[in-house]
Write a protein that binds this ligand. Structure first.
Ligand SMILES: Cc1cc2nc3c(=O)[nH]c(=O)nc-3n(C[C@H](O)[C@H](O)[C@H](O)COP(=O)(O)OP(=O)(O)OC[C@H]3O[C@@H](n4cnc5c(N)ncnc54)[C@H](O)[C@@H]3O)c2cc1C
Length: 467
């Protein structure tokens, strides 16, 4: 007799959500977590602490530069970095404790220690004292997430050369910060320290920031970040970081090769991506296959090549996003309970929580062109939106891409204040196969930033009214 129906290894958004859904559906469930607290990368060292610092640094910037334009005179704000970090720690604690509460509420057993798959149906948990326990289970879910991608030749010491984890813990504002990688994590954390007073230079291998995001969005967004004081070296690569006195000498070369340049830094943040984490899981012995990029290979029902062993989240293919991991967790639990779990990978929003925010769902213009899809575009600038003007948040635009023949919305891209909230009306519309006419004819409250999304849809379908 198995002790459990389901043992989930890893309690990030993929693992803990899968466990809760499985328990709700009546499966006897346990989780295994090697970290002292639950919630994974997202709650401990990712989404949540970064958003706490993004918000706090935005308020600092607003008090320093935004208030005066609204007729509010305050003295120059002073940064209390330890208190800001305390805010961040408090937010993390509240969230990870929340997950512990949910485990108890749903009667899910929590086993603290490193999980290793001995064979189909058996997970060994080794705690910090080296004591091993074997759990027997009908099904195993691998939800071990991802880890920082190292930069060849550059050693991360989490003091001067940091990953995102160290960048969330700095004890003073660096004079000069070099961010290696112009992706979401690099730009979010770069903008935190930029707002708190660092001179930030972003070195990016590609000729654009934000990797696969819409080219129009990334070009305009880079201009906005530049206006905020961030510097960019595109089509460039960091080939070395050396200690020089108290600081660092960062060697930067053109991506295609050529003369090197050395720039000085106090702190270097390596943010070139993340890689799936499967170390110590015993996958070799259990016979679980990985793909060419080290991700656990699964079928459309999250099953590995071994019966009874499944995988979800950052450790499998797809965007490394918390909500993608969560939705996979729910779908898998439903499948294991005999229901029809499903994730629509065409409608997974992506948000960059900078100021302004960037949010995107569906196809980019580049993707549509490459696929030979005929499309029409509607675009509306926030500078023509009444609410944006009222709030002094006029940077950015909303863009709607719709099929030229059917009018079905294929992609929506927004740069602007609150873009990360606004994107969801597009996501719901797209889930229901809606058209730009559907969006344009939906009554939107006035005055709201969301009216710009409606106007962009109107632009794709007919003609915007207010531009
Ligand atoms: C700085 C930063 C900011 C981010 N911001 C966002 C954001 O705003 N929005 C967003 O959607 N995504 C964000 N992400 C990405 C997000 O954190 C991940 O996509 C998400 O955490 C993946 O969830 P997961 O459940 O697959 O894995 P993880 O959250 O990585 O959790 C995996 C867990 O498994 C545990 N584990 C690993 N191996 C074992 C083992 N053998 N035994 C026991 N336990 C094990 C780990 O300790 C970890 O707790 C951010 C990431 C970073 C680093």
């Amino acid at each position: 007799m198995s002790q459990y129906d389901l043992v989930v290894i890893g309690t990030g958004p993929g693992g803990y959500v899968c466990a809760i859904k499985a328990a709700q559906l009546g499966l006897k469930t346990a989780v295994v977590e090697k970290r002292a607290t639950l919630g994974g990368t997202c709650l401990n060292i990712g989404c949540i602490p970064s958003k706490a610092l993004l918000h706090a640094s935005e308020m600092f910037e607003e008090a320093g530069h935004g208030f005066e334009k609204l007729g509010i005179k305050v003295s120059k704000p002073k940064l209390d970095l330890p208190a800001m970090m305390e805010h961040k720690t408090g937010v993390v604690d509240a969230n990870v404790n929340g997950v512990s509460f949910l485990m108890k509420k749903n009667k899910i057993d929590v086993h603290t220690g490193t999980g290793k798959i001995l064979e189909k149906g058996k997970v060994e948990v080794t705690d910090a004292d080296g004591k091993a326990t074997v759990l027997e289970t009908k099904n195993i879910v691998i939800a071990t997430g991802s880890d920082v991608m190292p930069l060849p030749g550059v050693e991360i010491d989490e003091k001067q050369v940091v990953s995102s984890t160290g960048a969330l813990e700095l004890d003073k504002v660096p004079g000069k910060l070099v961010v290696v990688g112009g992706g979401v994590i690099g730009l979010e954390l770069g903008s935190v320290w930029n707002r708190l007073g660092s001179e930030v230079t972003v070195v990016e291998f590609m000729d654009k920031i934000l990797g696969p995001m819409d080219g129009d969005v990334s070009k305009n967004f880079q201009r906005m970040l530049k206006k905020q004081g961030m510097e960019f070296k595109l089509s460039s690569k960091v080939t070395g970081v050396e200690k020089k006195g108290k600081g660092l000498a960062v060697t930067v070369e053109p991506a295609k090769g050529g003369d090197a340049q050395v720039i000085e830094a106090d702190i270097v943040l390596v943010a070139i991506g993340r890689r799936p984490y499967t170390e110590g899981l015993g996958l070799d012995k259990a016979g679980v296959t990985l793909d060419e990029r080290g991700r656990v290979k699964i079928d459309t029902h999250y099953k590995t090549n071994v019966d009874g062993i499944y995988a979800i989240g950052d450790v499998v293919a797809g965007p490394m996003l918390a909500h993608k991991a969560e939705d996979e967790g729910v779908a898998l639990a439903e499948i294991l309970a005999g229901q029809a779990g499903h994730v629509n990978y065409d409608v997974i929003p992506g948000v960059v929580y900078t100021q302004p925010e960037v949010a995107s769902v569906g196809k980019t213009e580049e993707e549509l062109k490459a696929a030979g899809v005929e499309y029409k575009t509607g675009k509306f600038a926030f500078s023509a939106n009444g609410r944006a003007r009222a709030m002094n948040k006029t940077d950015g635009f909303a863009k709607v891409l719709a099929d030229a023949k059917t009018d079905r919305v294929l992609g929506v891209h927004i740069v602007g204040f609150g873009a990360g909230e606004m994107i969801h009306e597009a996501a719901v519309l797209m889930e229901f196969g809606g058209s730009s006419e559907d969006l344009a004819r939906t009554c939107h409250a006035h005055p709201t930033m969301s009216e710009a999304v409606k106007e962009a849809a109107l632009g794709a379908f007919a003609k915007s009214i207010h531009s």
